[in-house]
Design a protein around this ligand. Sequence first.
Ligand SMILES: *[C@@H]1O[C@H](CO)[C@@H](O)[C@H](O)[C@H]1NC(C)=O
Ligand SMILES: [Ca+2]
Ligand SMILES: [Ca+2]
Length: 219
Amino acid sequence: MHFSLKCVLFLQALSLFSLFTQGQKLEESMDEVKIEVLHLPENCSPKSKKGDLLNAHYDGYLANGTKFYCSRTQNKGHPKWFVLGVGQVIKGLDIAMMGMCSGEKRKVTIPPSLAYGKEGYAQGLIPPDTTLIFEIELYAVTKGPRSIETFKQIDVDNDKKLSKTEINYYLKKEFEKDDKPRDQSYHDSVLEDIFKKNDHDGDGFISSKEYNVYQHDEL
Ligand SMILES: *[C@@H]1O[C@H](CO)[C@@H](O)[C@H](O)[C@H]1NC(C)=O
Ligand SMILES: [Ca+2]
Ligand SMILES: [Ca+2]
């Protein structure tokens, strides 16, 4: 008796658990970005990751085939630059362009929940609850302005925070790279601006947390 009761309870728990996981799976598959790789270069590296600066052309289509966006006809046909994974593009594109290398082409299908949702966009150009399809060609994957690598490079004394001296030194080197001479007052104003925008607790240092807009990356 004792044993069978336990057994029933166990079975009940099991079925609850499986219901739960089924429900979860269903939701996941509805909200998934579908990725088809149309072209993969032989040498496919480096692969894009969160925080990288990407350069890409993309065409956007509604599920019925209507083209609603084409980066080639905008901004004089220059491919678009954006930082990956930080919400500069719709969520679905942030997901769809992870792990992609320069020269790669993808066709991606994005559910409304990861695009413009129930609201739609631009007065019905994208109607509510619309699945979007993008064809993406990636031209460049580069380290983003807020990469861990850059932080370490600036943090010369390796104390995991950036002093004015360290940033000043880094800026000097960066400015020397392009040939335009910059005077000290320009320099000072950039430095001041950097601290105003980033030194949130006002302690005179930019901590790794203050620097790293992406938060989750361990420095
Ligand atoms: C596709 O859908 C959009 C938005 O609902 C509509 O404006 C357009 O006329 C449709 N195109 C075709 C070819 O059905
Ligand atoms: Ca430091
Ligand atoms: Ca600080």
